[in-house]
Design a protein around this ligand. Structure first.
Ligand code: SF4
Length: 325
């Protein structure tokens, strides 16, 4: 680990005022790991972990979740379990209990990819060092993305929570030198394109202060399905957060997001619209999954993800629709 300056912010205003060029530290479960192996080398680390941003409440028709709420606190909160069960399931499917106790919502939103090459300083990685190349392209790609990829980066987005938040139409609240704003979660993470080193739409010194999850009939029906190589402490090969509202046997409204397969959490509006008004059956959901995976560009080791993601989506949609137990 390289030398760095450590500061602790006493308030959100202080964090923003001295945040330019610093790395914000909250739970430390991702940042500190990457600093230890010198993938991230901030000259200044600004500790925001003691700010008053950990509240979770149901207010104004939405779950208002502070950025410093731990993953465990959110997953186990009664209002979250009742009003957005898919979010609770997604959080409980991630990491280990010890990590969930320390990791925060804000940190989870900014979680870095688990691409093995990104973490290996002996390989080329455009995300770690802009313009250096990407050794994953012709390497081992079993865990890599098949949607949203570019010829510069194919790293899969790692978070389960973000996939659920996307299906729930959540927005991310941030504060920075220019004031406060809300970012739809689908716009927080950037596609790699020609610049995989740019990962988030945040401006310098902007601090995530919370997440707003609108609560409606769809959210209450939300579910999360994750397929992985082992039952715990593993990243998704494919996952699906689904929210389906059914009336009289027909789909009234439906949203679903895919994880483990995209360079960011993945939603396809056309796939969601394809279910509207149709019978809540496996055929309807399979058609939506087919549409969602149309743009997939698999590589040698991850072609299996196309079919796996479709089946995972169908299972998530069926569960949410009450067609599976
Ligand atoms: Fe780096 Fe992306 Fe290539 Fe992985 S896939 S080595 S993160 S550029």
């Amino acid at each position: 680990m390289r030398l760095f300056t450590f500061q602790r912010a006493a308030s959100v205003d202080e964090a923003i005022a001295s945040g330019a060029g610093a790395a914000f530290l909250a739970g430390g479960t991702n940042l500190v790991d990457l600093m230890k192996i010198e993938v991230l080398n901030p000259e200044r680390v600004l500790d925001v972990s003691r700010l008053d941003l950990a509240k979770i409440e149901l207010r104004e028709g939405a779950l208002q979740i502070g950025a410093l709420a731990s993953n465990t606190a959110v997953a186990e909160h009664g209002d979250v379990r009742r009003a957005a069960p898919g979010l609770s399931e997604a959080l409980l499917s991630g990491a280990s209990p010890q990590l969930r106790n320390a990791a925060t919502v804000g940190g989870n939103l900014l979680q870095r990819t688990r691409c093995a090459y990104y973490r290996d300083l002996g390989t080329r990685c455009n995300k770690r060092e802009a313009g250096s190349g990407c050794d994953a392209l012709d390497g081992w790609t079993r865990m890599h993305a098949i949607l949203g990829v570019s010829d510069k980066c194919i790293a899969a987005h790692p978070s389960d929570m973000c996939v659920a938040l996307y299906a729930l139409d959540a927005t991310v609240r941030v504060r920075g030198p220019a004031g406060e704003r809300e970012i739809p979660i689908g716009e927080l993470h950037l596609l790699p394109g020609d610049h995989p080193e740019r990962e988030f739409s945040l401006q310098p010194a902007e601090l995530i202060t919370g997440v707003r999850v609108p609560i409606d009939a769809l959210a209450a029906r939300s579910r999360y399905v994750k397929v992985r190589d082992r039952q715990s402490y593993a990243f998704a090969l494919a996952s699906c957060a689904a929210a389906v509202q059914v009336e009289g046997g027909a789909v009234q409204a439906a949203r679903f997001a895919l994880g483990g397969v995209g360079t960011k959490p993945w939603r396809v509006p056309e796939a969601e619209r394809s279910m509207q008004g149709r019978p809540a059956t496996r055929e309807t959901f399979a058609r939506a999954a087919e549409i969602a995976l149309r743009g997939a560009t698999p590589r040698r080791d991850n072609a299996f993800k196309v079919e796996l993601a479709k089946r995972t989506a169908v299972r998530g949609l069926m569960l949410s629709a009450g067609a599976l137990s």
